[in-house]
Design a protein around this ligand. Structure first.
Ligand code: DC
Length: 210
């Protein structure tokens, strides 16, 4: 069984997807962490992010794995290094490279082949798992997105700066050549702006029959 959840940055996808996976006793996968890990490695190796060929060659040579819902890059657990402002600012353009998306999508499909899973990202409901049993689009107002990112306490930016960065990122994510963020026609749309985590989980769980 695949439960696929898409939506913009700061809509609460990770929190919700993790909770749903826990309650259903199945695995949680955050597809954004794959793009973040590739970005981490590109930045560490000082690859020119304007050079698509260099990005693709670098990404293709990486050993990316996902163990216990944590991203393992070349044998090292990098999960706790993926949410810096620098990675936030650059992961979107890295994820816009079509070949990088193919590398990530192949990896995710392989990892999830034989297990039941809750996957969240931008194109889980549309490209990666178009036949997922359950699809959700989790939305939020820009104010709610900004407050959620701010409360994560991982950014050194002001509220206004966070808002501007999220707007820019969502704009990029919605305008990619492949895997752009959009609402799948068969997805359940949930605006989580004024809902608690519990309320969103209840809506999602009420649609899932196991
Ligand atoms: O969900 P996130 O903020 O951790 O995602 C990090 C970046 O990766 C974000 O800019 C969007 C991109 N992404 C994507 O293009 N496709 C996905 N399925 C997941 C994330």
């Amino acid at each position: 069984m695949v439960v696929a959840i898409d939506g913009p940055a700061g809509a609460g996808k990770s929190t919700i997807a993790k909770e749903i996976a826990k309650r259903l006793n199945i695995t949680f996968l955050n597809s954004g962490s794959f793009y973040r890990a590739i970005t981490l490695s590109l930045l560490a190796s000082k690859v020119n992010l304007a050079d698509e060929k260099a990005i693709i060659a670098h990404a293709a040579a990486l050993d990316i794995d996902y163990v216990n819902s944590r991203l393992v890059l070349n044998g090292v657990d990098v999960e706790d290094k993926l949410h810096t402002d620098e990675i936030d600012a650059n992961a979107s353009r890295v994820s816009a490279v079509v070949e990088v998306r193919h590398i990530v999508n192949d990896k995710i499909r392989k990892i999830t082949e034989k297990i039941s899973i809750v996957c969240e990202g931008r194109d889980m409901t549309t490209v990666v798992f178009p036949n997922a049993e359950y699809k959700f689009y989790l939305d939020a107002s820009i104010e709610a997105q900004t407050m959620r990112r701010y409360k994560q306490g991982v950014s050194s930016m002001s509220l206004d700066e966070i808002k501007a960065a999220i707007k820019k990122r969502d704009e990029l994510d919605k305008n990619k050549a492949e895997g752009s963020l959009k609402i799948a026609p068969d997805a359940v749309y949930i605006d989580s702006s004024d809902l608690t985590i519990e309320q969103v989980c209840e809506i999602i769980l009420s649609k899932i029959q196991i």
